[in-house]
Design a protein around this ligand. Structure first.
Ligand code: MLC
Ligand code: AMP
Length: 472
């Protein structure tokens, strides 16, 4: 479909030499469109393509190139290890495409992918043999602009199909909620393979026209030096900012500090308030739903609360006990399903068509939402990353010395939760197992603590009981 409606500011013609900075390199919209055009020519006509999503202008060009050509982009964590990369490439059927930012080409914005292949005169990358069920008429990808891989409680990550209509609806709702305009300079240093850093943090800037400064890594010093008006961070980043008084005070001149991807601890909220003068705006979302609930720039911002439903989004609490129950959502920002997994897609909805977030929440009479926990302890949030206990357990079991493994998320003052692995194993060290998981999956999925047990606690049926594991 046409690209112009999604990245409106990028295509509007207005330009500045410093429109986009990523990790110290800066380009104008014109340069970005040229680099993205070269990517679009290369991928036009392909069913999808994958990119190693380093924090770089190359990743931005790849994603914009995919949108130009109407070809879904599958971003891979730059450090994705052997097992994770193989799974994502096999499951998505996408081929990894290298990007050279110095390569430039024109590409007709808004050209349809099939027609674009013809216009560009490009040789499309090979059609991979994909065995997945169609998500919609046509290809298994349907109308997806992005396929973001995300963890479940068990099994390997699933590909979440995100349409450009969902992205457009979400970015417009957020622009309204945060009074986000072309006058802003957006600063963050979040990874470019998830919703927060990529959809909000890159596509949001290219739709609203705000200047983008991606700091490479989300360090307090880099945030302080960037001189932005609008800042995005996960709670771990805000915790580190709040502990660096000089950096925190440098954010006093900003317009809005936004936190999301995990619960912002109330003490961090208060420290930020004291040091920066700002009450942070908290917002809540998921890969499958994009951002659905947020505090408003013009409204109240309370610690422990994530604000109210965005325009166009409906929320409800299912089967509440004392007002607390599973948060369910509906709206135009929702995903188009899990790639090739119709059963998993169906299971994520109620019979009457509400998406089951798996988060436990309550809603105050004035519509303010509070996220109080997760239904499953097997979905871990560490540093804002979502990690399935099952995928880490499977990786550990792939090590020849490991006989049994149970993985949990333990409370952690900086990361929210840290990944703790309990293993039954012989002749292997904790560091070896940590490195093994980092090399198979990715660095942020490695256990930070490994405990060796003689056996896992089990119930009478012989089933392992995580709640009976010894404390960390
Ligand atoms: C350590 N390192 C290792 C290693 N141990 N490398 C290889 N093998 C090992 N065994 C190295 C790493 O390479 C890295 O090096 C360094 O140690 C630090 O890695 P880390 O410990 O993982 O980083 P840390 O500082 O703890 O990360 C904190 C963080 C990060 C906040 C920067 O967690 C982060 O970026 N989180 C953001 C997650 C996010 O964006 N989630 C949004 C999901 S979307 P080096 O050299 O690289 O430093 C979503 C929707 C929504 O949730 O609502 O937003
Ligand atoms: P992901 O799919 O990586 O985006 O992770 C989504 C999950 O992050 C949600 O289901 C929540 O558990 C959690 N989450 C996101 N934002 C918030 C928030 N503001 N407060 C609490 N939890 C959050």
């Amino acid at each position: 479909m046409a690209d112009a409606p999604l990245l409106t500011a990028l295509h509007a013609g207005a330009d500045r030499v410093d429109a986009v900075t990523v990790d110290g390199r800066t380009c104008s919209y014109e340069e970005l469109l040229g680099a993205a055009g070269a990517v679009a020519r290369r991928v036009a006509g392909a069913p999808a393509f994958a990119v190693r999503a380093t924090a770089s202008l190359e990743t931005v060009a790849a994603v914009v190139g995919g949108l130009l050509a109407g070809v879904p982009v599958v971003p891979l964590a730059p450090d994705a290890g052997a097992a994770e990369s193989e799974h994502i490439l096999r499951d998505s059927g996408a081929q990894l495409v290298p990007v050279d930012f110095a390569e430039r080409a024109d590409f007709p914005a808004g050209a349809h992918s099939a027609e674009a292949a013809h216009i560009a005169g490009a040789a499309p990358i090979a059609e991979p043999g994909h065995s997945a069920e169609p998500a919609a008429a046509g290809t298994p990808y349907g109308d997806a602009a992005l396929v973001l891989y995300t963890s479940g409680t068990t099994g390997p990550p699933k590909g979440v199909l995100i349409s450009r209509a969902a992205v457009a609806a979400d970015l417009d709702a957020l622009a309204q909620a945060w009074q986000w305009t072309a006058d802003d300079t957006l600063v963050h240093g979040l990874p470019l393979f998830h919703v927060h850093g990529l959809v909000l943090g890159v596509l949001g800037a290219l739709r609203t026209g705000s200047r983008l400064v991606h700091t490479g890594r989300p360090t307090p010093q880099a945030y302080a030096a960037a001189g932005g008006s609008l800042y995005f961070g996960v709670p771990t980043v805000w915790h580190r900012v709040a502990r660096d008084e000089v950096a925190a005070r440098a954010l006093a001149g900003a317009r809005l500090l936004v936190s999301g991807s995990a619960p912002l601890p109330a003490p961090v909220f208060r420290d930020l308030r004291a040091l920066t003068g700002h009450r942070p705006v908290e917002r809540y979302g998921m890969t499958e739903t994009l951002i659905t609930v947020s505090a408003r720039a013009a409204g109240e911002r309370r610690p422990g609360a994530v604000g109210s439903a965005l325009p166009g989004i409906a929320t409800r609490i299912a089967d509440p006990v004392d007002g607390v129950g599973e948060l369910q959502v509906q709206g135009p920002t929702l995903f188009d399903g899990y790639l090739g997994r119709p059963e998993a897609t169906a299971a994520s909805y109620t019979a009457d068509g509400w998406f089951r977030t798996g988060d436990i929440a309550s809603v105050d009479p004035d519509g303010t939402h509070r996220i109080v926990g997760r239904a499953s302890t097997d979905l871990i949030k560490s540093g804002g990353y979502r990690i399935g206990a099952g995928e880490v357990e499977n990786a550990l079991l792939g090590h020849p010395a490991v006989r049994e493994a149970a993985v949990v998320g333990a409370p952690h003052p900086d990361l929210g939760q840290e990944i703790v692995a309990y293993v039954v194993a012989d002749g292997v060290s904790a560091a070896e197992l940590t490195d093994f998981v980092a090399a198979q999956l990715s660095v942020h999925k490695r256990p930070r603590t490994v405990r060796f047990l003689a056996e896992l606690p089990r119930n009478a049926m012989g089933k392992p009981q995580k709640r009976l594991l010894p404390p960390v």
